[in-house]
Write a protein of this length. Structure first.
Length: 216
């Protein structure tokens, strides 16, 4: 029996599945590093959040989409609906992405979760992914903490694996040399449990507030 060939994709409740979809003959690199190619029935753009101009290949911006599978609006919430759509019918997802060569794109994360460290846009998923590879780390989330000099600095919230022992400096050491210096967490806060949404996502807004309370 031939091994299974996974494909990458992108979607959300408001635009349904398949806004981005890979192919069975994609390379291993595209499977691992992309969120697919715009699916049938969809138009996908990546725009600068400030200017609404289209971003070039490799330039991060907000993913927007339109098509027959995009929702008509939030039920009984006209104000929220108006905030998410423009006059051209484009739905603003709140997700950050980049175009890759060949028309594929990659989801980087939620736009509001991106950090601005010393003028650099920082995707917390890179540092989170690195730390999740460490055997001592069971769960991790990186958020921004306001900083007078750098605008923001990264803070890592960490839940250790059962029986694991590592201190904050050990966590930071695992990042040094593995990611750019401005992506290395400035602080580490250990948690027994993460605050979660009903759908199982980490409530990063609560973590940002906790970081302010404990570190400022």
């Amino acid at each position: 029996m031939a091994p299974m060939r996974p494909i990458s994709g992108y979607g959300m409740t408001e635009i349904w599945l398949g806004a981005g979809i890979g192919a069975l003959n994609d390379s291993d690199q595209l499977r691992a590093e992309s969120s697919g190619y715009p699916g049938l029935g969809y138009e996908v753009r990546i725009v600068d959040p400030a200017t609404k101009q289209d971003c070039a290949v490799g330039e991060p911006g907000e993913l927007i989409a339109r098509g027959f599978s995009v929702m008509l609006g939030y039920y009984t919430k006209p104000a929220e609906t108006a905030q998410c759509f423009d006059e051209g019918g484009w739905f603003y997802t709140g997700d950050t992405g980049i175009w890759l060569e060949g028309g594929y794109f990659r989801l980087l994360g939620r736009y509001k979760d991106m950090l601005k460290v010393g003028g650099e846009n920082v995707d917390p998923m890179e540092t989170e992914g690195l730390l999740l590879e460490q055997p001592e780390v069971h769960e991790v989330a990186v958020v921004g903490l306001p900083d007078d000099r750098l605008s923001e600095v990264p803070v890592a919230f960490v839940k250790l694996a059962d029986g694991a022992e590592i201190n904050a400096e050990g966590i930071i050491d695992r990042c040094r040399g593995a990611v750019a210096s401005f992506k290395v967490p400035k602080h580490v806060i250990f948690l027994e449990e993460f605050p979660m949404t009903a759908s199982g996502k980490i409530r990063k807004a609560e973590l940002r507030e906790r970081a302010k309370q404990e570190l400022l």
